[in-house]
Design a protein around this ligand. Structure first.
Ligand code: SAM
Length: 311
């Protein structure tokens, strides 16, 4: 099987290695072998930098990486790209939703954990997923296309109030009511959008002319809201923070990169809980100018790191 080359560029990779891996570089050579968990493997960019850091430091060579991704294609591609490391026992890649990862982690000694939320550039540019308003594609939006409802099914099955709530709460879309009403009206006429382009046209028609040409594309917030709803991203983040990071991570560090304020607020609030965490970042770490020049996608990334206090 062949896959297109990975395009995704890892964000804040150096800062993440420094905070998750380097604290262990002085540990004694006979301390037990542990796992570093990459909850969002994607194109394997962060995993590759962990492997490199482990290889470069004798005290770290006995540790291993457990990488998870809900996307079967990302996992298949990763298994090809990292076949040597997998064979050598340095890396395991599993198709798993991080919201369900508690049981996997409970059975292993864990050094630390990374979650780089959202979707990868490769997923965004894969037109068959319908994640981008820039290209025509089916209205799917699932990061794991084998599970759950597609965006089209969500539009078919949700009430007007539910759609309005999704657009307002998950997209902070000020014209949520008008767009939701237009979706339901198009459904009544048997003309629901079937493709990303149809959805963009619907959003443009439902938005007053004076608001169609702002700083961001007029459909940005609708696409964000529907993608978050389709993939249950808020629910999975809650489960990651509560069931995995708080209940299962025995000690060690958790690093989470989020891309919008709803996610960042959840991470910040959880890391504030002094019964469980010592927050290492009072303010989130953001990409510097040099990184932004090569990776504009890093613009909205916010990295928060906390140390899980021993129970
Ligand atoms: C921003 S990308 C990660 C990129 C990766 N850090 C790299 O450097 O290549 C996010 C990845 O997380 C995956 N993902 C998103 N939500 C997930 C979840 N709830 N469980 C598991 N994987 C998830 C997506 O499928 C995507 O591949």
């Amino acid at each position: 099987m062949s896959f297109p080359e990975v395009k995704h560029v890892p964000i804040l990779a150096q800062e993440i290695v420094q905070s998750l891996v380097e604290p262990f570089s002085q540990s004694s050579l006979d301390s037990p072998s542990c796992w570093l968990v990459d909850c969002t493997f994607g194109g394997g960019g962060h995993t590759a930098s962990f492997l490199k850091a482990f290889e470069a430091t004798p005290a770290l060579r006995r540790h291993r990486i457990l990488a998870l991704d809900q996307d079967p294609e990302a996992v298949q591609r990763g298994k090809l790209r990292f076949q040597e490391e997998i064979r050598a026992g340095k890396l395991e890649i599993l198709q798993e939703n991080f919201g369900n990862a508690g049981h996997l982690l409970a059975q292993r000694p864990v050094l630390g954990l990374l979650a780089d939320l959202g979707f990868s550039s490769d997923q965004l540019e894969d037109r068959s997923r319908g994640l981008s308003f820039q290209w025509e594609g089916p209205l799917d939006m699932r990061l794991n296309p084998t599970q759950g409802r597609s965006c089209l099914e969500l539009l078919q099955q949700s009430s007007e109030l539910e759609l309005e709530k999704i657009l307002r709460e998950l997209g902070e879309e000020r014209f949520a009511r008008r767009i939701a009403a237009s979706m339901v009206e198009s459904r009544r006429r048997g003309q629901l959008p079937q493709t990303t382009k149809d959805l963009v046209d619907l959003v443009v028609r439902a938005t007053p002319p004076y608001a169609r040409h702002g700083k961001i594309h007029v459909a940005t917030r609708t696409f964000q809201a529907l993608r978050i709803a389709v993939n249950e991203e808020m629910e999975m983040l809650d489960r990651l923070l509560q069931d995995v990071v708080t209940r299962v991570l025995p000690c060690g560090r958790a690093a989470i990169i989020s891309f919008h304020s709803l996610e960042d607020r959840k991470v910040k609030n959880q890391f504030k809980n002094k019964d469980f965490f010592h927050a290492l970042t009072k303010k989130p770490i953001e990409a510097n100018e040099d990184e932004l020049r090569v990776n504009p996608r890093a613009r909205s990334a916010k990295l928060r790191i906390a140390e899980r206090l021993p129970v």
